[in-house]
Design a protein. Structure first.
Ligand code: PGA
Length: 255
């Protein structure tokens, strides 16, 4: 109903896949495949492929993002990348709070919040990921958990900055498992997230915020998922590595 108030965004999350050479090949296939997109198209690549991605996509409708960012501006943080470093390259988007970062790299709601703020303050657009694991779903706490993750991630984010923020609802049990949430499950949680945004920022901001679904979204199930009223596109892992599949998902979100 309010879908025309916000942008549908299909973002690829390449994770730890593709060398820069392989990235160049994939982008060469993607450019013609998504050139007529009616939605925003983003590819989030490993840090090592960002320069290649930015050069290749110049003058196209593909936007480039990173998969993580550190919260400090600079300093003794061996191996980390700051928001300013990304902005200086020309990177536009960044993902924060992906469940793999939370699970394998000890990220917490608090550090997700700090990374989100640092990225927004540097001028990046941020895709913040939230989502429950299987135990939490079975315990019936999905909505409470996602509400909490969302509220903590957004601490200190202003209503104006919400124009540069996307939320990706990614149930952990659906990521990389081939087990997708049903369209109704995705809709239910995306609507609950929009309700939290309305409580925090008012209905106008909530209606204008893009909320994606992510977790085994593919060329077959994308159409039903993105047709739901509160699902404004997707964050795509595995299927983003195949140009044809990614283009099919982009086309579904363009309708
Ligand atoms: P998947 O990953 O599409 O491979 O399940 C989604 C994600 O982790 O963002």
């Amino acid at each position: 109903m309010n879908k025309n108030l916000r942008k549908a965004v299909i973002a690829g999350n390449w994770k730890m896949n593709k060398t820069a050479t392989q990235a160049a090949q994939l982008i060469d296939e993607l450019i013609p495949a998504v050139k007529d997109a009616g939605c925003e198209v983003v590819i989030c690549t490993p840090f090592t492929s960002l320069v290649t991605a930015l050069e290749k996509t110049k003058g196209t409708n593909i936007h480039v993002g990173a998969e993580n960012v550190h919260f400090e501006a600079s300093g003794a943080y061996t191996g980390e990348i700051s928001a300013d470093m990304l902005v200086d390259l020309g990177v536009e988007y960044v993902i924060t709070g992906h469940s793999e970062r939370r699970q394998y790299f000890a990220e917490t709601d608090e550090t997700v919040n700090k990374r989100t703020l640092a990225a927004l303050n540097a001028g990046l657009k941020v895709i913040v990921c939230v989502g429950e694991n299987l135990t939490q779903r079975e315990q019936g706490v999905t909505e409470e958990l996602v509400r909490m993750q969302t509220k903590i991630a957004l601490q200190g984010v202003t209503a104006e900055q919400m124009a540069n923020l996307i939320i990706a609802y990614e149930p952990v049990w659906a990521i990389g498992t081939g087990r997708t949430a049903t369209a109704d499950q995705a809709q239910e949680v995306c609507a609950a997230i929009r309700k939290v945004l309305a409580e925090l920022y008012g209905q106008a901001v909530a209606d204008a915020t893009t909320i994606q679904y992510g977790g085994s979204m593919n060329a077959k199930n994308c159409e039903e998922l993105v047709s739901k009223p509160d699902v404004d596109g997707g964050l795509i892992g595995g299927a983003a590595l195949k140009a044809g599949d990614f283009a099919t998902i982009v086309a579904a979100a363009s309708k």
